[in-house]
Design a protein around this ligand. Structure first.
Ligand code: HEC
Length: 448
């Protein structure tokens, strides 16, 4: 097993990518969402969950049947393997540059990673995380989907307007199909007979037969169709239309557009609950996860998962998306996954460092103003999160965050304690000392 470490990198603005869903025995367990701009993984649903800090630019993800989430980092040649039930993160270095698409075989035995920087497709043994070979494709692939029998991987190459099929586990190219219109995301139907592909430039979906690689037909979907998902019974395909803010619902057998659901907010990724009663759509503009009742098309709820783009900002334009500056990716199912933070956290033992004079003053101010919520030694309490926590690693929350938190307050976004109010009585000089105190505590506890 690879070295376990927490990868941390400077974060940029917000964008998010979706992820996976899990409903076990009717009890909601988390939908997993990657929040690219904030460098983390969030669990929504069930009892909710504390975010898992990854750093970098976590992008697409695949969830294997054991509940592990495999996440590509757009910012570095690596993949994270996350165990949501414990929050542990292992970093797996890969050879490909700019990893993007990722998919697991249905049995969870193997994971495929497509890198856009060098058109490489890599295959890993999921249990041991060892490489099982690589193939250089004729053009860079963006998204990858594995056929239900695990014997073929299908890949979109939007820059080259092509669709590839690669035999598994041999990793040999068996089809190279020309598909004009910007093939973006793809899904193989549960019976394995068809691949549905979004064409974001042509604003259509195209259906390709898996036996002969022939195009069966193309149908208008909406403005800039991005991602898609096939319902677990194989009856419907849901397509997110980024620019028109809706989801197109297609009947797989008749290919008819059955409904257009106005979910708003630049819908991006989509995933179905395993029992097929609910679908989850990531609304990129508002940074939210939208829960939709499949039978009625009704929006049941919206949960914030990341910050919306800066005020006055807009969802990324297709041009940015095309350059890879924004978010794209695939959805997966986290059947049986339990989000670690949905369990009560055990009280945390904090290592107490020797404090310099500034930090000592900081401790006094912290105890007076902040400890009522953030707890003694910043270990957290019933009303506020621990600050001695990797979420507040200096690379993820720079010092200026403390200043801003105290001056402006904090809208609840990382946790479920509610908002932090502004604290006008705490002087800026005290905030600087408090920050120094917290950083000293963090360093003593391995967060640096
Ligand atoms: C009334 C309770 C309360 C008090 C008092 C309080 N905080 Fe907070 N603070 C919170 C909560 C709740 C959050 C988490 C919000 C979220 O979900 O991200 C938070 C988050 C933060 C963050 C993270 C900000 C971010 O951008 O994510 C910092 C830094 C912080 N607090 C510093 C302080 C400092 C310093 C003090 C004392 C001067 C203080 N807090 C006092 C409740 C409190």
């Amino acid at each position: 097993m690879g070295a376990t470490r927490i990868a941390v990198r400077a974060v940029t603005v917000t964008l998010l990518v979706v992820l996976a869903v899990s409903l076990a025995g009717g009890a909601a367990v988390p939908v997993v969402v990657t929040v690219e701009g904030e460098g983390r993984l969030v669990g929504v649903g069930g009892e909710g969950g504390r975010p898992i800090a990854l750093g970098g630019r976590p992008h697409n993800l695949a969830v294997t049947p054991d509940g592990r989430a495999w996440v590509t980092d757009e910012a570095a040649p690596r993949v994270w393997v996350v165990e949501p039930s414990t929050g542990s993160v292992a970093t797996l270095p890969i050879r490909g540059t700019r990893p993007h698409g990722i998919a697991a075989t249905r049995d969870g035995a193997r994971v495929l990673v497509a890198s856009e920087g060098d058109a490489r497709l890599e295959q890993f043994d999921a249990a041991s995380r060892t490489p099982l070979g690589a193939l250089t494709l004729p053009a860079a692939a963006h998204n990858v989907a594995v056929a239900p029998d695990g014997r073929t991987a299908w890949l979109t190459a939007p820059g080259a307007d092509r669709l590839f099929a690669v035999a598994l586990p041999a990793l040999t190219l068996v089809r190279d199909v020309s598909i004009p219109g910007g093939p973006h995301d793809l899904a193989v139907t549960p019976g394995g007979r068809e691949v549905w592909v979004t064409l974001w430039r042509a604003h259509e979906v195209v259906v390709v037969g898996t036996d002969d690689g022939q195009v069966r037909g193309r149908w208008p979907a909406g403005r800039t169709p991005h991602h898609l998902a096939v319902s677990p019974d194989g009856g419907q395909v849901w397509v997110t239309n980024h620019a028109s803010g809706d989801v197109a619902v297609f009947d797989v057998t008749s290919r008819q557009l059955r409904a257009r659901l106005a979910v708003g907010g630049s819908p991006h990724h989509v995933a179905f609950a395993p029992d097929g009663t609910r679908a989850y759509v990531v609304g990129e503009a508002a940074g939210e996860l939208v829960e939709v009742e499949v039978a009625s098309g009704r929006v049941l709820g919206r949960t914030p998962v990341g910050q919306a783009p800066p005020r006055g900002g807009r969802a990324p334009s297709m041009r940015r998306v095309r350059r890879g500056a924004a978010v794209l990716g695939a959805a997966a199912l986290a059947v049986g996954a339990v989000w670690y933070a949905s369990r009560p956290e055990p009280p945390r033992a904090i290592v107490l460092p020797v404090l310099g004079p500034e930090a000592q003053d900081g401790k006094a101010a912290f105890d007076r103003h902040c400890a009522p919520c953030h707890g003694a030694n910043a270990a957290g309490s019933a009303t506020g999160p621990p600050l001695v926590h990797r979420t507040y690693h200096p690379a993820l929350h720079a010092d200026v965050t403390f200043e801003l938190a105290v001056r402006r307050g904090v809208r609840a976004h990382d946790w479920r304690f509610g908002d932090m109010p502004p604290l006008p009585d705490v002087a800026p000089a005290d905030v600087a000392r408090i920050t120094e105190y917290i950083r000293a505590l963090q360093r003593a506890n391995g967060i640096s």
